[in-house]
Design a protein around this ligand. Sequence first.
Ligand code: THU
Length: 128
Amino acid sequence: MADALLAAALAARENAFAPYSKFKVGAALEEVDGRVHTGCNVENATYGLTVCAERVAVFKAISEGARKFRRVAVAADTDALTPPCGACRQILWEFCGDVEIVLVNPRGKTETYRLKDLFPKPFDASFL
Ligand code: THU
């Protein structure tokens, strides 16, 4: 995989803790200075406490002081590429704004979106 961000998302996916769904997801965020933060989905026996790969990556990055992001990659092994769930779109909007979202699978298929197109009318701090 020539694009290091996509390679990072695919590699993070290998760490997924997904014994219940068996559906492994990886995510990678690229800061404006090029640094990369990764995450994988972490499931729980209660099911409802599962956290998606995208939110793990965002919270890891924010907790390490990262603040400005220019791209997000999401990796799953599906032919119809897996997009972020609704909860993750909300969290991505909060911290990344209208960022570029690249979906990828292990066979190298990719699709690129702007978050605004996946999440067209967000609720955010501008309403508070
Ligand atoms: N999942 C993610 O990590 N990200 C997504 O964008 C979609 C879903 C995870 C949550 C759960 O562990 C598994 O995939 C099945 O829903």
